[in-house]
Design a binder for this molecule. Structure first.
Ligand code: UT7
Length: 330
């Protein structure tokens, strides 16, 4: 029997209706539309309304996916939810989404790897398919970043937004699906990008709230430097070890954190602009949501057999790249 590969066979996505433009941000912090556009490529981002959590967006994405694939929620065996902004500290948002969408036969858990969450989740989900353990696995990637962003901090509030995507993984016997991956982590990078309080090291107190420690802290310039080097390097490396030239690559799907980082990655790979999928201008950085939202937005142009390179870099530090042979025409 030929080898089992894990192929993406359906996608769903959700972004909130409320739009926060660069112009709006000009009234909130000392910034300009021009600065944000030229330094990041972002024009607007989406914000989920108060009272709704990550599970709301995830359930919408999952429902869309199930409808598109025409399958019953009871067929899903495993749900991996990649997020750093789960509804609650526990239980896992995966469990909540299963309950909301009727996936009563599934087990699941959350993965927290910041902006690399979805890639790490995809790798994990793929293994359950490749081993023959499961036949239908959903991997969700998304974040409600507005819940942990300080809208008085111009270093972070201009970048992040809310959104979520979900993919279905199923067995493939034609050599399509996840082909290879390189995944990395270096905890010494934590000091440059983290949330200071709210975890077991520093549980919430009045002091932590007064000190605004429940928001994202980022030393942008340092993160930028590591992101450019590592994302570009790992993307080049995965091409090399799979004997892919720039001509062989149909599309680059890179984490949407900053257009300048994406351009540097494409340059290192030798891949032209026309092959770089981009929606950063509309959603900003949705952390675990960027890669599935790219697939969702560009699903129509992806063709069976296309060679895709996925790349990411984020808090941890975590980073990685994945080579996927796309499995269907939509
Ligand atoms: O997704 C997880 C991983 N995260 C990332 O990949 C993000 C990586 N970092 C970045 O994308 C960029 O570092 C930022 C977009 C966060 C900042 O851009 P930058 O080009 O690195 O700016 P900078 O921090 O070096 O600041 C340059 C100048 C400074 O002014 P002076 O000192 O040169 O006078 C800043 O004070 O721009 C100023 N500045 C701003 N001006 C207007 C910083 N933020 C802003 C702002 N509006 N929002």
């Amino acid at each position: 029997m030929s080898k089992i590969q894990a192929a993406i066979t359906a996608i769903g996505g959700y972004v909130p209706e409320k739009i926060l433009t660069n112009k709006h941000l000009e009234y909130m912090v000392d910034t300009t539309d021009e600065w944000i556009k030229t330094r990041t490529g972002i024009e607007e981002r989406r914000i989920l309304e108060e009272g709704l959590g990550m599970s709301y967006m995830a359930a919408k994405a999952v429902e869309m996916l199930l409808k598109k694939r025409g399958i019953d929620p009871l067929e899903i065996e495993l749900v991996i939810c990649c997020t750093v902004t789960g509804d609650l500290v526990f239980p896992a948002t995966s469990n909540i989404v299963c309950d909301m969408t009727g996936m009563k036969n599934a087990w699941g858990y959350d993965i927290g790897a910041a902006c690399s969450g979805f890639l790490f989740g995809l790798e994990t989900g793929a293994k359950f398919i490749e081993t023959g353990k499961h036949k239908k696995v959903i991997v969700i990637g998304g974040d409600k970043m507005s819940a942990i962003i300080d809208y008085k901090d111009r270093n972070t509030c201009i970048i992040f937004g809310d959104g979520c995507g979900a993919v279905l993984l199923e067995p493939n016997f034609e050599g399509l699906g996840v082909v290879d991956s390189i995944l990395k982590a270096d905890g010494s990078g934590k000091e440059f990008l983290h949330q200071k309080a709210g975890g077991s090291l520093k549980p919430p107190t009045h002091q932590t709230i007064d000190a605004r420690e429940h928001y994202v802290y980022q030393e942008g310039k340092t993160v930028f430097k590591f992101a450019v080097t590592n994302m570009a390097e790992v993307s080049h490396e995965i091409m090399k070890r799979n004997n892919l030239t720039a001509n062989d690559v149909n599309y680059l799907l890179a984490h949407q954190a900053n257009k300048r980082i994406i351009d540097a990655t494409a340059d290192r790979m030798g891949v032209g602009n026309e092959k770089v999928l981009m929606n950063i201008q509309r959603y900003g950085n949705t952390t675990s949501g960027t890669l599935p939202l790219l697939m969702w937005d560009f699903e129509k142009i992806l063709k069976k057999g296309d060679n895709l390179i996925l790349s990411t870099f984020g808090g941890g530090f975590t980073w990685g790249s994945m080579y996927i042979k796309w499995a269907y025409n939509s």
